[in-house]
Design a protein around this ligand. Structure first.
Ligand SMILES: NC(=O)c1ccc[n+]([C@@H]2O[C@H](COP(=O)([O-])OP(=O)(O)OC[C@H]3O[C@@H](n4cnc5c(N)ncnc54)[C@H](O)[C@@H]3O)[C@@H](O)[C@H]2O)c1
Length: 344
């Protein structure tokens, strides 16, 4: 029998790649996405051209409509929950909406999972923002970047410290996902993801900075750098993340109710200034001005991937130069679409 997967947020950036990967593996794909994100409708059109899928334009906040979807569709073997309000800045402006989409939306899905397909795996895209500002850690300021003093990366042993409404709503969802394994003995896993980048990411100033810088460089749009630009993130190419999701499905017993930090790790880090310099060397000169730091912006976040690497034998394969190169190629080839979607 064909394996069946529900992908919420399947028309978003990461969702697109998840749909592609598992459709190519022969899964029957059901996408739940309200298409609220700019670019999602274009992503969905692209997916529909290439793969058979069923799309439900449903908002995860609509409890009854979410439940009707689970009632009417046949059972799912895997639920990949990606739909979310994804920007910290938006969460600060509208914390109620952020809470309802991220916390209540996840709760709605967990309840349907428990009721209609308790044998399935529930895979949740959490965030490194659950660890907060990390202000107690000593950080060294170098020429173009910050470094941790005496530490390579942040492991899961780090205390949770939800920072910003987005951190709180995703953090609450992360804890519900873990608890549903504990209390109801269901298969759940939470991946606390660092910055993910790649093709089909309609990055904007508020979210998706790697794609935003590349798009700005190709379209010749000036940008604002908030803070001093020395902020460092570990960056993970989206295809590496999708490979991890695939491994998680194969090892769902092992991952039962656990949280894992997932990112590019210490070997794949970039500061904002370093990315700007790299893009310059690729012929993409970007004009930028500078403004004050934004709330919740960590000076540095680097994921310690040891736990997920040891348990699943997974490691990022695509280095930033290669991944950013692929992103540049995609942006160059889709300038008209990007202008239309982003209104540039
Ligand atoms: N991209 C990253 O760097 C990153 C890092 C850490 C965590 N994450 C998490 O990964 C997930 C996917 O991120 P992404 O970068 O693909 O984001 P995205 O914005 O590209 O995709 C999210 C999708 O969810 C849909 N959506 C939004 N609100 C919805 C709602 N109320 N009901 C139904 N659908 C809704 C959007 O239309 C969009 O297609 C999110 O949960 C995000 O928090 C992403």
């Amino acid at each position: 029998m064909q394996r069946r997967m529900l992908i919420t947020g399947g028309a978003g950036f990461i969702g697109c790649h998840v749909v592609r990967h598992f459709a190519e593996k022969g899964y029957e794909i059901v996408v739940l996405d309200d298409l609220s994100r700019h670019g999602s409708a274009a992503n969905l059109d692209h997916l529909k051209e290439h793969y058979p899928l069923t799309h439900h334009q449903v908002d995860v906040r609509q409890t009854e409509r979410v439940e009707a979807l689970f009632r009417n569709e046949r059972r799912f073997e895997v639920i990949v929950h990606l739909a979310a309000q994804v920007a910290v800045t938006t969460s600060v402006v509208n914390p109620r909406e952020d809470f309802e989409v991220n916390a209540l939306g996840t709760f709605n899905l967990l309840e349907c999972f428990r009721k209609y397909c308790p044998e399935a795996l529930f895979l949740f895209a959490s965030t490194n923002k659950v660890y907060g500002g990390l202000t107690d850690l000593e950080v060294i300021e170098a020429n173009n970047r910050y470094r941790f003093a005496g530490l390579d990366g942040i492991s899961e042993d780090r205390l949770l410290d939800f920072h910003s409404p987005y951190g709180c709503s995703k953090g609450a969802a992360d804890q519900y996902v873990i608890d549903y394994a504990r209390i109801y003995d269901l298969h759940t896993v939470s991946f606390r993801q660092s910055c993910i980048y790649g093709q089909r990411q309609f990055g904007v100033e508020d979210q998706g900075w790697v794609a935003w810088f590349v798009i700005a460089g190709v379209l010749g749009v000036p940008i604002t750098v908030y803070g001093d630009g020395k902020q460092v993130r570990d960056v993970l190419y989206v295809e590496d993340l999708v490979q991890l999701y695939d491994l998680a499905i194969a090892h769902k017993e092992k991952m039962h109710g656990k949280a894992y930090n997932v990112g590019g790790g210490p070997g794949n880090t970039l500061s904002l200034l370093e990315l700007l310099a790299h893009l310059g060397s690729e012929g993409l000169q970007i004009n930028y001005d500078q403004e004050d730091w934004r709330p919740g912006d960590q000076k540095i976040f680097v994921s310690d991937n040891t736990k997920v690497s040891n348990e699943l034998n997974w490691a990022p394969k695509v280095a930033p130069d290669e991944g950013v190169g692929k992103l540049i190629d995609w942006v160059r080839a889709h300038q008209a679409l990007l202008k239309q979607v982003l209104g540039k």
